[in-house]
Write a protein that binds this ligand. Structure first.
Ligand code: SF4
Length: 256
């Protein structure tokens, strides 16, 4: 994406945000500019020793980070992650206990059917499409995988409503593979810090895969997502309490 169109899309996103909950907040022009600089490669890269140090601190602060999505097995994890697209984990967690109480296996979910699933998840955004996908993915797991969630990226991505990000989360959380699923939070943290810059989530994922030390890879996804969700937030990053502020290269940061 050209620098001009990146700037345009960031401004457009901010204009949209101004009409919603964030309307009362002042538009952070300096930060928008810094975010544009980050995704267009103008932020210097973090050195390998700095990346090592950043993860050492993440580990020290949170030795065993976990997903915040409620689930009880690989199947409920796949469903919860698929439901979390363009929705918050908290919103998904409000709806899934009732859903999983009735259907925590592909066979039970397929039997529950699309209409009942839709009723149970109607508080989640895009619930109609998601209900259709959850019913279809449960049927496919029963028909093609013996009712088990496959430990295979291609097979996971072939499930309705499951993309690369969901497959990465499932491979990491359910099967312990060192995959790093890049969502909006990790995309922002990777670009701002200079740890892994890129114009799209795939580019950031590839860079993270190359630069994150092997001994930190299994938990890297959770450390980065939690950092982006609670500290390096989009509009008002909490640089004053950020444990990697001295390592971060973002020109918009508010603490050294
Ligand atoms: S210093 Fe600020 S911009 Fe950099 S990672 Fe920390 S919170 Fe994010």
């Amino acid at each position: 994406m050209a620098k001009k169109s990146v700037r345009k899309s960031v401004k457009k996103a901010l204009a949209k945000a101004k009409k919603g909950k964030a309307a009362k907040r002042k538009a952070p022009a300096k930060q928008v500019k810094a975010d544009v600089q980050a995704v267009t490669g103008a932020v210097p890269p973090m050195a390998p020793a700095e990346i090592e140090e950043a993860f050492r601190r993440f580990k020290e602060a949170s030795p065993e980070p976990k997903t915040e999505l409620k689930h009880s097995n690989p199947f409920t994890l796949v469903v919860a992650v698929a439901l979390s697209a363009q929705a918050t984990d908290a919103g998904v967690n409000k709806a899934t206990p009732a859903l999983f109480a009735l259907a925590d296996t592909p066979a039970k979910m397929a039997a529950l059917g699309e209409d009942r699933i839709r009723d149970l998840i109607k508080t989640i955004g895009l619930f109609r499409t998601k209900a259709r996908n959850v019913a279809a993915l449960a049927q496919k797991l029963v028909a093609e995988h013996g009712g088990e969630v496959p430990r295979d990226r291609a097979a996971l991505e072939a499930l309705p409503g499951v993309g690369r990000k969901t497959a990465n989360v499932v491979l990491n959380v359910a099967f312990g593979e060192p995959t790093i699923a890049v969502d909006t939070h990790i995309f922002r943290v990777g670009n701002r810090t200079g740890m892994a810059t890129g114009k799209d989530v795939f580019a950031v994922e590839q860079k993270l895969d190359a630069v994150v030390p092997a001994h930190y890879k299994s938990h890297a996804h959770h450390w980065l997502i939690l950092h982006g969700r609670y500290i390096c937030v989009a509009r008002k990053p909490r640089c004053d309490v950020c444990i990697i502020a001295d390592l971060c290269k973002w020109p918009g940061k508010t603490a050294a």
